[in-house]
Every structure is written in structure tokens, then in C-alpha cells.
Design a protein. Structure first.
Lengths: 252, 288
């Protein structure tokens, strides 16, 4: 039989453990350990409790002030990926050409939810709250592409997007990880969208705003806005006395 | 033969039912991914493969009248579990996006469905791979007969030169596996090892908090190995199933046997190793 051994497979050892005994032992122990672990995990261990710190801050947007220029989208893409591509932006401007003011423009940002469904849905911990700042963000390398987070977001459109180019989930991290920006981002730094908005329609607060389906309503229209003849209150009136709100007087 | 067919149909049926369940499960409101809810199956599969190998009694190739036993039942089982598992893994993996190729399916349910299909295929693939590995450890000659020899270049040149119509070549006395197959085997072995190791890290990420850098490297390696495996599988299917010259061999992956004439023509070196002589007498190989 040439190179074919004449001995029974796995029994060709000089005393001690044969290869077959070894394989039997490893296979049997492994099967036992997995099934045993299954029972222990199912009956003896308590379910995990999701405890997530609050975000260090929240983006606030005055929808009525947005002009739809998409500067925020381009800046978001630029600081995160080094290229201007609205498809890679984490903040999203949606325009309705048939809508009338103020329903002709919607600017959707991640709300950094106190109970983030996206984090809860992630099976690998890729979607997580940054331990220092609390910002909800994605460890791109840990993302397995199941897109549970995209669908778990309770808002439409989802504030978590699927990055088709690099194949991972992405969402607003308050510019905490913005490798193509010279400034520090995060709750204690600067946010690119906020910095570039020519209408000053985006601002930031460290206080938890009240969640509603309509979003965080905030009035950032000051007297200068009124001087241009634009409405400065939510009822559509022009109030030029400087009594209009700011980020600090945001109404929720 | 009937027992093997029944066993094969039973496994195929079980695999099909598992796939159907995986597809249906993805559509259930609030259901988790199988990678999360049934991770233990992927840990169990390798050990089940090893335990099954330990309980398997192998038969060595032997000349039986006008036919030659080429693959025993265990070889057929490990080939098809590994092969079908690989094929479904490739299809589902490519659908989900591999390396620089974007995902071919939309968000939500289609992704979960293909991930669940990937899960079922991974379980079969792991079982088949570890069944093969354990069987190989039990009889290292099965590894040696797959490894290229110093005849690799000469035999491959003669073999395919003749196939392409160059009359100056004569068919080499190939052993059980063609030398060209043995070279391809190295690619398949490497790709399989990388896919299994990196894949198990990706499964472990569903249970443990693994570092982002490590997971990034694992995903990239998994994807590159997948592309290598895709090239191997396409070449393998062409040379081992599509090419008419390969049909007798393809048939043997179901029946276990090739005709003596076929072996005499294409595997003269193997017949010699089996002790076959043209007078008709031959030594039987050692029974396992």
C-alpha cells in the first residue's frame, strides 16, 4: 500500500493516550461543556441589565431656520470621512418640494436618546455609549453588519445609517471621533454641523431635552432674524424686540 | 449504498428544514438573530464533528473486481457537509457584502434572513470541517495523500497539456489525487483555516466584548479568505463536476467507487500504491 499505514487509524501510539482517545475526549468534553454551559446560562445566570449613562450633550435644531443648504451634511461627511458626500452624513436634511413653510424642510439629527434602542439592539457592543462623554457611537471594527441598530431607532428616518462604502453602521457621535478635523469634537468640543451652519439653526445643550415625536423644538430666531422680516415666534409673528428665544430658552 | 442514500437524504432534509426555519425566523417580529439566540450551536458543531470522527470506522481504498473504492462513507460525508456549507456560506456572505463589495440586499429583514442562512451554513461547515480535521488527525496518511509531491509541476504539465490537445504529452501516473488538485488543496486548506479562525472570533464577538482593532483585522481577514475560497470553489466545481472528463470522479462522490478502467487510465500511480497488478491479482489494502 505504499505510503498507506498498516496500523489502525489513530491507534499508532507508543503507550499512553492514543489519537482516537484524544479526539474522543476533546469531542466529548466539548459537547458536554457546551450543553452544560447552555443549561447554566439558561437557568443559573440572571439576564443582563442595560445600564447606559446619559449623553454629555444634545444637538438642538430650529427646523424653521434651516435653509436646506446641506452644509451640515457636507461638513459631517468631511470631518468623519475626509470627503464631502451627503450619503455619508449622519445629520440628514429632507426637503419636500411640495411642502409649505415650515413643512418644506426637515433636519433630522440623532437625539442621543436617554434609553438608546440602537445600543440595546446591537449584538456585539459595537453600538455603545462612550464611557467618558456618554455619546452614543459605533466601534466600526466591531460592527458585524446586522443593521439591527438601524431598525431599532424609533425615529423615521432612522438616525443610524448603514455606511454602504465602508460597510458598518454609523451615527452622530457629536464629532467625538472626527479624524479629518483639526478641532476637538464631543460634548466638550465643537460639532462640525453646528460650526458651519450659516443660518445658526443648530445649537447644543448639555441638559437633557424632553423627547417627543416631533423632536426637540427650539427657537433660535433672534431679533436679527426679525429685522429681515422673518417670523421669530412659532406662531409665525415677527417680534423684533429681542424677546425671542435662544438655545437657553428652548421650548420643548 | 441504500443506507448511505437514506442518510444523505436525511441530512439534506435536515439542512433544508434548518434553512427554511432560519428564513422564517428572520421574519418573526422581535426575533433575535440566530447568531445571538443560538450561538451555542456554533460552539457545539466543531466538537460534534470531532466526536463523530472518533466514533467513525473508516475504510481504506481497495480494488473490488472491476471497480475501486475511492471514497468511504466518512469521506463522502465530510466532503458534502464541508462543500455545501462552503457554498451556502459564500452565497450568503456575498449577499451580505464581502471585502470591498457592497451588500446586495437591503436593510432590515433581508439582512437578518441572510445572516440566519449564514448561521445555518456555518454550523454545517464547522461540523464538516472539524469532522474532516479529526479524521485526518486519526489517519495522517489522508493528509499526506493530499499534499503535492516533487512530481507536481511535471505531472500537471503533462496532464493538462494532453487535455488541451498536445500530443507530445502522455498521461502521468497520477496518484489518488491529481498533483494539480493537491496544489489547489493547499489554497483550500489555508482559506478554510483562516475562515474558521476569523469566523469563530466573529461569533465570539456576540458573546464577549472583544477589542475593536482585533475585530477589524478579523473581519478583513475573513473577507480576503472568503474571496480566496470563492476562487477555489469555482475552479473546483469546474474541474471536478462541469468538465466531462471529471464526471466519473464526480459520480464517485456519491457512490464511493470509480471503475477500474478509469482508475487504470487516470490514477495509475494510485493503483500501484494499492498493489494492483495487471495480471488481476492485487493486495487488499489494510482494513480500518
Amino acid at each position: 500500500m505504499g505510503d498507506i499505514e498498516k496500523t489502525v487509524a489513530g491507534e499508532a501510539t507508543e503507550g499512553g493516550l492514543s489519537r482516537r482517545q484524544f479526539i474522543t475526549g476533546v469531542g466529548g468534553l466539548g459537547v458536554g461543556a457546551v450543553i452544560g454551559g447552555l443549561f447554566v446560562n439558561g437557568f443559573a445566570l440572571a439576564d443582563d441589565v442595560l445600564a447606559i449613562p446619559a449623553s454629555g450633550g444634545y444637538l438642538l435644531i430650529d427646523q424653521k431656520k434651516c435653509a436646506g443648504c446641506q452644509s451640515c451634511m457636507l461638513a459631517c461627511s468631511l470631518v468623519h470621512y475626509g470627503r464631502e458626500n451627503t450619503a455619508l452624513s449622519r445629520i440628514q436634511v429632507t426637503q419636500n418640494p411640495f411642502g409649505k413653510f415650515p413643512d418644506d424642510m426637515v433636519l433630522d439629527q440623532c437625539r442621543q436618546c436617554p434609553y438608546p434602542s440602537c445600543v440595546d439592539a446591537c449584538p456585539t457592543g459595537a453600538m455603545h455609549a462612550d464611557p467618558e462623554t456618554g455619546a452614543r457611537m459605533v466601534d466600526e471594527g466591531k460592527c458585524v453588519g446586522c443593521e439591527r441598530c438601524v431598525n431599532a431607532c424609533p425615529f423615521t428616518p432612522s438616525r443610524v445609517q448603514w455606511n454602504h462604502e465602508d460597510k458598518h453602521a454609523q451615527k452622530c457621535d457629536l464629532c467625538l471621533e472626527s479624524p479629518y478635523w483639526s478641532r476637538d469634537g464631543g460634548p466638550d468640543g465643537t460639532r462640525a454641523c453646528e460650526a458651519v451652519c450659516p443660518m445658526k439653526a443648530i445649537t447644543f445643550t448639555k441638559e437633557i431635552p424632553i423627547q417627543s415625536d416631533a423632536g426637540y423644538e427650539v427657537n433660535l430666531r433672534n431679533s436679527h432674524w426679525g429685522h429681515l422680516g422673518y417670523p421669530t415666534d412659532n406662531a409665525g409673528r415677527v417680534v423684533s424686540t429681542g424677546s425671542t428665544g435662544s438655545a437657553a430658552s428652548a421650548s420643548h | 449504498m441504500r443506507g448511505r442514500a437514506t442518510f444523505g437524504v436525511a441530512i439534506a432534509l435536515a439542512f433544508s428544514l434548518a434553512l427554511a426555519y432560519a428564513v422564517r425566523y428572520a421574519a418573526v417580529e422581535g426575533s433575535e438573530l440566530l447568531f445571538d439566540s443560538a450561538t451555542w450551536i456554533l460552539w457545539l458543531a466543531p466538537f460534534a464533528g470531532m466526536a463523530a470522527a472518533a466514533a467513525t470506522k473508516r475504510r481504506d481504498p481497495v480494488v473490488e473486481g472491476d471497480r475501486v473504492l475511492r471514497h468511504d462513507d466518512a469521506a463522502i460525508l465530510e466532503h458534502w457537509t464541508h462543500g455545501i456549507g462552503t457554498a451556502v456560506l459564500l452565497v450568503s456572505g456575498i449577499a451580505l457584502g464581502v471585502w470591498f463589495v457592497p451588500a446586495l440586499v437591503g436593510s432590515g429583514e433581508p439582512v437578518w434572513m441572510w445572516m440566519n442562512v449564514h448561521f445555518v451554513a456555518a454550523a454545517l461547515f464547522l461540523f464538516g470541517t472539524f469532522y474532516y480535521c479529526a479524521n485526518t488527525v486519526l489517519a495522517l496518511k489522508r493528509l499526506r495523500e493530499h499534499l503535492p509531491t516533487r512530481d507536481a509541476v511535471d505531472f500537471t504539465k503533462r496532464h493538462y497539456g494532453l487535455l488541451l490537445g498536445f500530443k507530445k504529452f502522455s498521461f502521468p501516473p497520477e496518484r489518488k489525487y491529481f498533483e494539480s488538485e493537491k496544489v489547489a488543496y493547499l489554497l483550500a486548506l489555508s482559506a478554510t483555516a483562516l475562515i474558521v479562525i476569523t469566523g469563530l472570533f466573529k461569533v465570539a464577538a456576540h458573546v464577549f466584548d472583544l477589542p475593536e482593532g482585533l475585530m477589524g483585522a478579523m473581519t478583513l481577514t475573513h473577507d480576503v479568505a472568503t474571496v480566496a475560497m470563492l476562487f477555489f470553489l469555482l475552479a473546483h466545481v469546474f474541474f471536478a463536476a462541469v468538465l466531462p472528463a471529471s464526471w466519473p470522479m464526480f459520480r464517485s462522490m456519491f457512490t464511493g467507487y470509480v471503475s477500474l478502467d478509469h482508475a487504470r487510465h487516470e490514477h495509475a500511480g494510485w493503483l500501484a500504491e494499492l498493489g494492483f497488478q495487471e495480471t488481476g491479482s492485487h493486495e487488499k489494502s489494510a482494513e480500518k
